[in-house]
Ligand binder design. Structure first.
Ligand code: FE2
Length: 398
């Protein structure tokens, strides 16, 4: 006799779209060799592996950067017929691919197509005598794709994580003095907590439905424009979460305001094409991570000092109401480092946002630490948007 719970675990095991990990996040960049040093020096990523002309890769150069369980793949085209050449021209540097490790990439891809997804690349098996990597991609918003990756033998994700294996057959491990420096001066970034997309006005609900239908994601939290707005600019956001909560993918659209929404500014500098707005990288020690990143020259958004006149009352009152302990990190150090704090019924979080990572006001990073709270810092949005508007004004985009 089969019980309900064994049926559930069987159907979970049989779900070809069950995500095992964020395999990697691929950026298309103008100059991967140089970008690798930027992310290594400023954010503490190791320059771990390369696939380029020296490894027989004649169309693109790829640098694998690693920190904790984060794998960034920086890709530059080696000639003008490579699709990255066109995309870098149109959008500048940014995220191309949010790739998921699955048990069987071909099965995941076929299931996503049956669910209404659109193919970007049909399944391909990359192999040598040590193992295989199978990849297949579907299109999501704008130019972004999701690649399903399944790995066997030497290329198993656990072995790649431990640094024991090459990322794929064409890759070669490299060492760099910056890796040694990073080992002595860790930034403490552990994994991708969430990844946010900006889509056009009126398109948020379409993409929410898409993530439900095609990938089986569920809606996690919901904010509307009364939550997230200042006098001038506004956005609407819904958070989609993968079935196993491996990753959350909020989707933003611009909302009506007196001045230009930050989402609209992004779209205008991104050839009016949706794309990834920010990657939130999780740390277990916000103060250490932010102090180290600041020391390395990371540019963070700064908030007016008045923020700290109000924040402790707001946050600690909320925590007390719900029976949680107050924020344990040193309040004065939080203020010195310019870190933001927010709380909800489950606990609190510490977060901070970088300025754009390239000259266009498009992609940025968030450094986040959760102490029970599973939300996204809603209480900070007003203060944050005022700071963002100041930056937009400096860029002449308000
Ligand atoms: Fe975020």
């Amino acid at each position: 006799m089969t019980t309900a719970s064994t049926q559930t675990s069987r159907s979970l095991a049989a779900d070809p779209l069950a995500l095992i990990d964020v395999d990697h996040v691929r950026f298309y960049v103008g100059n991967a060799k140089q970008a690798a040093y930027f992310y290594a020096h400023t954010f503490g990523f190791n320059i771990s592996q390369v696939a380029d002309l020296t490894t027989g890769s004649r169309d693109e150069a790829d640098y694998l950067l690693t920190q904790g369980n984060i794998r960034l793949l920086l890709t530059s085209p080696l000639h003008d017929r490579h699709p990255a050449a066109e995309e870098v021209k149109l959008y500048g540097d940014g995220v191309k691919d949010v790739a998921f490790t699955v048990a069987d990439a071909e099965a995941a891809y076929e299931q996503a197509l049956r669910n209404g997804g659109v193919s970007d690349q049909e399944p391909r098996v990359i192999k040598d005598d040590r193992g295989t990597v199978t990849v297949a991609s579907i299109k999501t918003y704008g130019r972004v794709v999701h690649t399903f990756v399944s790995r066997t033998g030497h290329y198993d994700i656990e072995q790649v994580k431990r640094g024991g294996s090459e990322f794929m057959p064409s890759f070669r491990k490299i060492d760099s003095p910056v890796n040694e420096y990073n080992k002595k001066n860790p930034c403490g970034l552990m994994y991708v907590d969430h990844l946010v997309g900006n889509v056009e006005e009126g398109k948020m609900d379409y993409w929410v439905q898409w993530y439900e239908d095609v990938l089986g994601f569920k809606m996690f939290k919901h904010f509307d424009d009364t939550d997230i707005s200042t006098e001038y600019s506004a956005l609407m956001s819904k958070v989609m979460s993968s079935g196993n909560n491996l990753i959350k993918m909020p989707i933003n659209e611009p909302a009506e305001g007196k001045k230009k929404s930050q989402i609209q500014e992004y779209l205008e500098w991104h050839n009016m094409t949706p794309g990834v707005q920010h990657l939130a990288l999780r740390t277990d020690d916000e103060l250490h991570s932010v102090a180290e990143l600041r020391r390395r020259g990371v540019d963070f958004l700064s908030l007016p000092d008045t923020y700290y006149e109000l924040v402790w009352d707001r946050v600690n009152t909320m925590l007390k109401q719900h029976g949680h302990e107050a924020v344990k990190e040193d309040h004065a150090k939080i203020k010195d480092l310019g870190i933001l704090v927010d709380a909800d019924d489950e606990g609190y979080l510490l977060q901070l946002f970088t300025k754009p990572l390239q000259d266009r006001p498009t992609l940025f990073f968030e450094i986040i630490c959760r102490r029970g709270s599973q939300s996204f810092g809603k209480g900070n949005f007003k203060a944050l948007f005022e700071a963002l508007e100041l930056e937009q004004e400096r860029r002449g985009n308000l």
